[in-house]
Design a protein around this ligand. Structure first.
Ligand code: GLA
Length: 728
């Protein structure tokens, strides 16, 4: 059993493949965190909770005051509460009916069972069969308010993964307000960690940043209404003597697409607490007697061998236990998207030409991006009017799709369902449907407003419009975009008591619409997008198996973005295309895009005959390396943020029988020596370099490396793709 309860010591031991997480019930009522790290066999852990020498001014919890040594001020509380003597980051704060925020939960009971429960109305990871994981539910109660808190942990047998979620029920007689409800609260008895997080902005998403923990609080968060371009809901803590391939690495990722906060506090005892959950700013939730609130899920990955293995743990877990549906393991089509090539300027003939020319280059699906609906010929109108512009397409959509299909290509389409243009029929009919504060100015972003997803009537309207287009046409792919953050957050449908629920209700509404659409059209391949990668999170991956990584398709700038993205998201989810940007030749652009889902974002009519031959060859590489890049293990070898000149990564087959090494030269090097040590091979296997037939042992390739030095200069923009296959 991955989860057990030591009755004598009153300790829960939660074991994943290679990690143990332990919680103690001190004095039968206080939940204290005892351990998280490499798997251990026994439970003699209670000593880890005690910290000597706390200040005499620290409040002593009343029922333990006689002992004189238990204070929530310093103890590693498993789910820290606000206002009852713990002054570090709180996981929970509940305001009672008299406006007081003192919260104090105590253990009452627990349950351990096989499998993993579903989370109501929220995306979540899942078990493919109940024997994959065990779940522990710990029940704790704040007697004063009647708040019953369920801490729900699931440990996976085949992955070093533990998930946690939290549910609050009001079992009392008065309503109360949840001011803060975190999804996990993890304590570490040290601050010897580097924190790794993914920051950025539009066109520069998810750059990995590393810093040492310092005394005080270090935070990343979003208040934009979406998980955002600026901070991804991911943090890793890695041993400060470790790194990519060495040392303890703990990864935390939030299965949520809205406002979040990940706060890490180090205290005066040099201990660390990490709290991750819905951002408490702009959030309160009123819970009436008998109601419950489900907080989203936190995913925790552990590796004793650094960030690289932690990332591979996330990749495998998300590929098997988060991504769902028809396309989970089905080969994705090689697509071409019209956006960067034609923008809003297209008609039926343009698209049929795209299809014909792209087919010759090896493409399988054409995506008609923004501009096919309402009267949209620029980004200043028509969002929300999801009916086909038959004038622009010279007839019904079905006719265009028939023509595209006749060229041997499938057809994909673009929607931005959560948006509304002020210049649209839907806005003119329902001005109250946009997110706004009555009487205040509404701040436009990309000349559009956000539609109020908290409202059922709005969601029904958008669903019906989308259903109409999707059910009447042979659509194989849908890109679901979201192009601006929320401002003036409020809904006309909420009264003043519930207005602060807006942001979370918005996301719940989005998830409901995504669930309805993806369930109604299970065979469509969905790709989420938010002005590029503004909503690349596990919440989205639950509904849609791939995410457009960034609007930045410059292959050199993409390196930072894709490296950062790979911290927790699998290559099979990472939308990456070859575009017409001029920085490098087509081969290098393809080498970078082959890391992800792969496709083209250009007008084929601008390709020269020579270009076309290159594109045909790289399309063939997509098929050749598909299994390796989609189902193999990723090894980051040289990070673009660490080396001024080059960057390298590889994919290794699960059985270690083949590997594809990619090296990109970012800038001209001052020397011509390029030697790269491979990773993840079997030392004892022999591998043959497909290009020149040379044979090397795995041990040699990983220790001596492969010399890629050329006779001439090694110039910026060059790429090396070296494929090795096992020889017996
Ligand atoms: C966003 C997307 C782009 C494209 C445009 C269309 O910016 O990220 O790929 O779809 O919208 O307006």
């Amino acid at each position: 059993m991955p989860i057990s309860f030591d009755k004598e010591r009153r300790i829960f031991k939660i074991d994943s493949l290679n990690s143990t997480y332990a919680i103690g019930v001190f004095r039968g009522e206080f939940l204290v965190h005892l351990y998280y790290g490499k798997k251990i066999p026994d439970t003699n852990l209670i000593h880890t909770a005690f910290r000597g020498g706390f200040a005499s001014i620290s409040p002593l919890t009343a029922s333990t005051a006689d002992d004189g040594y238990f204070s929530t001020d310093i103890q590693p509380m498993e789910y820290a509460c606000n206002g009852s003597g713990d002054y570090r980051l709180a996981a929970l704060s509940i305001k009672d009916s008299e406006g007081r925020s003192t919260t104090d939960i105590r253990y009452v009971d627990h349950k351990i069972y096989s499998g993993k429960p579903k989370l109501k109305d929220l995306p979540h990871t899942y078990c493919n069969s109940d024997d994959e994981a065990d779940t522990l539910e710990i029940y704790a109660v704040d007697k004063f308010t009647g708040a019953k808190v369920t801490l729900c942990y699931t440990a996976f047998k085949n992955h070093s993964i533990i998930t946690q979620s939290v549910k609050i029920e009001n079992t009392g007689t008065e309503a109360f307000e949840i001011e803060k409800v975190a999804s996990c609260c993890v304590n570490f008895p040290s601050m010897s960690y580097n924190m790794v997080n993914l920051y950025g902005t539009w066109l520069r998403e998810r750059t990995a940043q590393t810093r040492h923990l310092a005394h005080g609080i270090q935070s990343i968060a979003s208040k934009r209404g979406s998980s955002s371009h600026n901070h991804n809901p991911f943090v890793a803590l890695v041993d400060d003597k470790g790194g990519e391939d060495y040392g303890d690495a703990f990864g935390f990722n939030f299965v949520y697409s809205g406002n979040f906060a990940i706060d890490i506090e180090t205290d005066y005892m040099d201990c660390t607490r990490l709290v991750m959950g819905i951002n408490p700013i702009d959030f309160t939730w009123v819970l009436e007697p008998g109601e419950e609130f489900q907080a989203p899920e936190a995913v925790m990955a552990y590796s004793a061998n650094g960030l690289g293995e932690m990332s591979r743990t996330f990749h495998d877990f998300y590929s098997n236990n988060l991504i769902r549906g028809t396309w989970k393991k089905k080969k994705r089509p090689l697509l071409i998207n019209s956006w960067e090539g034609s923008g809003f300027s297209f008609d039926d003939e343009t698209l049929v030409r795209y299809a014909r020319q792209a087919k010759e280059l090896g493409c399988e699906l054409l995506v008609m991006d923004d501009g096919w609906f309402g009267v949209r010929n620029s980004d200043n109108c028509s969002l929300g009017d999801w009916y086909v512009n038959e004038k622009k397409l010279n007839g019904p959509l079905s006719k265009l799709i028939e023509r595209v299909n006749a060229e041997g290509m499938e057809f994909g389409i673009w929607f931005e369902p959560e948006m509304i243009s002020p210049d649209s029929d839907i806005y003119r009919a329902h001005p109250d449907w946009c997110v706004h504060v009555e009487g205040r100015d509404i701040s436009p972003g990309r000349q559009q407003y956000v539609i109020d997803m908290t409202r059922q009537d709005v969601r029904d309207n958008i669903f019906n419009q989308m259903y109409d287009v999707l059910s009447k046409n042979n659509i194989a792919y849908l890109k679901w975009d979201y192009n601006r953050p929320i401002s003036e957050p409020a809904s006309m449908s909420l009264d003043k008591k519930h207005q602060k629920e807006f942001f979370h209700r918005f996301i719940l509404g989005t998830y409901e619409l995504m669930d309805r659409i993806t369930s109604a059209f299970p065979n469509i391949l969905f790709e989420s997008c938010a002005g590029g990668g503004g909503r690349y999170d596990p919440g989205m991956l639950y509904y849609m198996p791939q995410t457009w990584c960034s609007d930045n398709t410059d292959p050199i700038e993409r390196l930072r973005i894709q490296f950062g993205t790979s911290m927790c998201y699998p290559a099979s989810s990472m939308g990456a295309h070859v575009s017409a940007c001029k920085r490098t030749g087509l081969e290098t652009k393809a080498a970078v895009a082959l890391w992800g889902t792969f496709g083209y974002e250009l007008d084929p009519k601008h390709l020269t005959e020579e270009d076309k031959e290159i594109v045909k060859k790289t399309s063939a590489l997509y098929h050749k390396y598909y299994d390796l890049t989609h189902y193999g293990d990723l090894y980051r070898i040289i990070a673009p943020t660490e080396d001024e000149f080059k960057c390298a990564w590889s994919f290794v087959a699960k059985d270690k029988s083949e590997t594809l090494l990619t090296v990109i030269i970012k800038n001209r090097t001052p020397h011509n020596f390029l030697n790269v040590r491979l990773k993840g091979l079997d030392e004892n296997k022999m591998y043959q370099n497909e290009a020149d037939g040379e044979i090397y042992s795995g041990a040699l390739l990983m220790n001596a490396g492969i010399n890629l030095t050329l006779g001439g200069d090694i110039n910026g923009g060059m790429n090396f793709m070296v494929y090795f296959k096992e020889v017996k």
